[in-house]
Design a protein around this ligand. Sequence first.
Ligand code: SAM
Length: 362
Amino acid sequence: MQPLGRSPWRRTPGRNRGNGTIGAVLAYRHAFHAGNHADVLKHLVLVQLLAHLNEKDKGWRYVDTHAGAGGYSLAGSYAQKHREYEAGIGRLVQRDAAASALPQAVQRYVDLVRHFDAARSASAGTAADAGSNAGQGDDEGDDEGEGKGEGEGKPARPPRRLQRLQPQHPLRQYPGSPAIAAAFKRPQDQLRLFELHPTEHKILAGYLGSDSGCEVRLADGYAALRSVLPPPTRRGLVLIDPPYELKTDYARALGALREALTRFPEGIVMVWLPQVQLVEAAQLPQRLKASAEAQARKGWLHARLSVAEGDARGFGLLGSSVFVANPPHTLHGTLQPVLPWLARELAQFDGAKGYVERSASA
Ligand code: SAM
């Protein structure tokens, strides 16, 4: 286990490191990681949760405490730097293109990604890139260039009812969590999206900021949580998806889950967490479970996907987990066969594994 210090796994260039919280926020860009195995797990579960909310007509509120830019170019220099998506969504899309049968939950997620890609790639060619973290120069600090052109590529969102799409070209665009929520949003639903990085916020605001029922705020998502809970309809979903660039994110993510469940004990609260060689990361699942046991009306579910070995120093993202408080009762049955399947498909070493566990009350 790593002692206290900076997170040992992020590979985002660290131009701004050493400036405390703001420096860490500015250093992290999700475009480097978009579509990797961790995004696959997180977004696949997110799709299931949003589909569950849409089973009833009553409106829901989606709260994203760490929203990111909303969508990402896989052809841009950030994503191309380490091509993490190739061992994530890239493998699933290849499987799909080869007409292999995908588990239903995986198919639903892949179809949504394909629709986002098709809509966004078609919307304005290179302008689509400009609005999705791909208009940047090769210098990772080129924030000004990155913001240019946003809005020009404002894409049509994927339709809510998805049919299979034939692959026309390699995947170029990947949806972030706000785009996935927007794909499910009906007129009666609301999105509350928080993002602290000025450039990511600007891109996200250009994409979704003017949509009815949608608010995009340049704000600390942890602190803002109390202002948007509980939803007026008492139906909703909170996604807590920090970068974990700072060790304080582990305690703050736990605090956010507690805060969300205090204000909204029946609400669905989802936390993404990294699997890394760090004491805080190892302890977080147990802490989340204990809090949810005490506060969540319908228990918890924990899905874990381990796909990679660390390097010689123990650095690297070995896998990730998704923790869900108050999961839909069908989620465990849906995910149980999917996690071992994903582990086989996304494996980067022989010991890959995936499993789902839940509380007795879930
Ligand atoms: N949820 C996004 C998705 O799935 O597409 C990815 C989010 S990314 C892992 C984390 C984001 O949180 C980054 O864009 C970062 O700038 C932002 N961030 C970091 N600290 C924050 C805070 N305290 N409040 C709001 N956003 C924050």
